[in-house]
Write a protein that binds this ligand. Structure first.
Ligand code: PHE
Length: 472
């Protein structure tokens, strides 16, 4: 039972492990499973992977620690936590608006993330149905042509009723867990689904490795091609590191607020970032052996997961079951992320308007369903509606792509940039040092990163993201 009803005692994680699993659950999601492998393969393999890891350690990790420590100090929703740190540092409380921007970003990402969650559910459905049509021993979709299998994706995203309904179903599942509170709902999803996710990921990876295409995978993912590491690619890597660690959207501040005083945030941030990066790498080692074993060449972006892979599952033994297990695994990862995306705005509504958790959850979810419906339709009948199309960086984009670009290229980096400035330059040093759990050289290094490297790197992403011609 959530503690929130019993006066000042607040609901929170029941253990350090629960917090770590929930935070890893937030971090591990479609970003790791869809975007990272595609980008690593296309953008120079080993050089990209090394650069990405450097971004996680030097830029992602310091911001992750900053966000969780603000939450833990404030013990409240993200804007309130920022305000408390500002107040206790005798600085302007206007800094709370950094977190308000984060809450807005989380809401916007939630709105389109659940549409993608709905697509994943659709694929779970078709692989499940295939068990009855094809059986489980041979490849998936027996007797169906490649064109038809690859055609499932464009047909699905153009089908408004299907995408809208699945979006709402995915959102409703997310809402159910968030409405049950931190220890009674959010934590439960993470504690059950994350271990199941890891088992599926490792299982499918081992299966793929036995399939034999490991050499090709290794070459594709890890061949060192530094000349492919151009300016835009490096910036894409930093952006990907941020998205993957769920930074700049108030989510980790919100999760940090439920952490007990006895937890060392320096250590937990390290564990979370390591796990997130390992999953991204494993996702590549899971997906490409299956693709190469089927004799296919991977295509980029969403096509890798929703077209190339289903086709690959046609070619491999037990493809139906492996395909089903694969999409269930992706669904688990997406759910533990969407839960954190809904929790950030919900916690804010509870704090700000004093609504009960169930009421706040329903309110935020209804709003997300409305924006989500626009996103769901934007890949079909509403493609003509390009709300920011008059601005060059959003030209030709429907609602879903607009929100993805707006959050990924503008609001998330701005949120993370201001957070690093807040912790590095504004917040009281003693307060920060008491919370961060770091000592010695590590502490000095972290200070350097938060004060200098993070603001400079994040300003660069922002500038180039908004004015790409700078590096052309
Ligand atoms: N990190 C998640 C992923 O990789 C996405 C996410 C972003 C979740 C921001 C929460 C907050 O898919």
């Amino acid at each position: 039972m959530a503690l929130s009803q019993s006066g000042p005692a607040r609901d929170g994680w029941s253990s350090r492990t629960a917090f770590i699993l929930a935070a890893i659950g937030s971090a591990v999601g479609l970003g790791n499973l869809v975007r990272f492998p595609a980008e690593a393969g296309e953008n120079g393999g080993g050089a990209f992977v090394l650069f990405y890891i450097a971004c996680v350690i030097l830029i992602g990790l310091p911001v992750l620690l900053s966000e969780t420590l603000i939450g833990r100090h404030g013990q409240a929703a993200a804007p309130e936590s920022f305000r408390k740190v500002a107040e206790h540092s005798r600085k302007s409380t206007a800094w709370e608006h950094v977190a308000s921007l984060g809450v807005l970003s989380a809401f916007l990402i939630l709105s389109f993330y659940c549409v993608l969650g709905g697509w994943v559910m659709y694929y779970i459905g078709i692989f499940f149905a295939d068990i009855f049509n094809t059986g489980i021993t041979g490849g998936a979709f027996a007797g169906v042509s490649v064109q038809e299998v690859e055609g499932i994706f464009p047909a699905m995203i153009a089908n408004g009723p299907v995408t809208v309904i699945l979006n709402i179903v995915f959102l409703a599942i997310t809402m159910y867990f968030v409405s049950r509170g931190v220890s009674g709902g959010i934590e439960k999803v993470a504690v059950y689904l994350m271990p199941a996710f890891f088992v599926l990921l490792v299982g499918i990876t081992v299966y793929g490795l036995f399939g034999g295409a490991i050499d090709q995978t290794w070459d594709y993912l890890f061949t060192f091609e530094p000349e492919k590491l151009t300016g835009p690619v490096m910036l894409a890597a930093v952006g990907q590191a941020f998205f993957s660690l769920s930074l700049g959207v108030a989510g980790m501040v919100t999760y940090g607020a439920y952490v007990g005083r006895n937890v060392n945030l320096g250590v937990t941030s390290g564990v979370i970032a390591t796990a997130d990066t390992l999953v991204a790498l494993l996702a590549g080692l899971c997906i490409f052996p299956i693709v190469f074993a089927a004799g296919l060449s991977p295509n980029g972006g969403l096509g890798l997961m929703f077209q190339t892979l289903p086709h690959a599952f046609q070619e491999i033994p037990g493809g139906t079951l492996i395909g089903l297990a694969f999409f269930i695994m992706v669904g688990f990862a997406a759910l533990t992320s969407s839960v954190s995306l809904l929790e950030a705005p919900t916690a804010w509504v509870i704090d700000r308007f004093r609504f009960t958790r169930p009421v706040a959850t329903v309110m935020v979810s209804v709003c997300a369903a409305i924006v989500g419906t626009l996103c769901a339709l934007s890949t079909g009948s509403l493609a003509w509606f390009q709300p920011l199309g008059f601005i060059p960086m959003f030209e030709g984009m429907g609602v879903l792509d607009t929100l993805d670009t707006l959050t990924g290229k503008i609001t998330m980096p701005v949120g993370a940039l201001l957070t690093s400035i807040f912790i590095g330059w504004v917040a009281n040093k003693r307060l920060v040092d008491l919370e961060n759990g770091l000592g010695g050289v590590l502490h000095v290094f972290w200070r350097f990163l938060v004060c200098w490297l993070c603001p400079i790197a994040l300003s660069a992403i922002l500038l180039v993201g908004i004015f790409p011609s700078i590096i052309e």
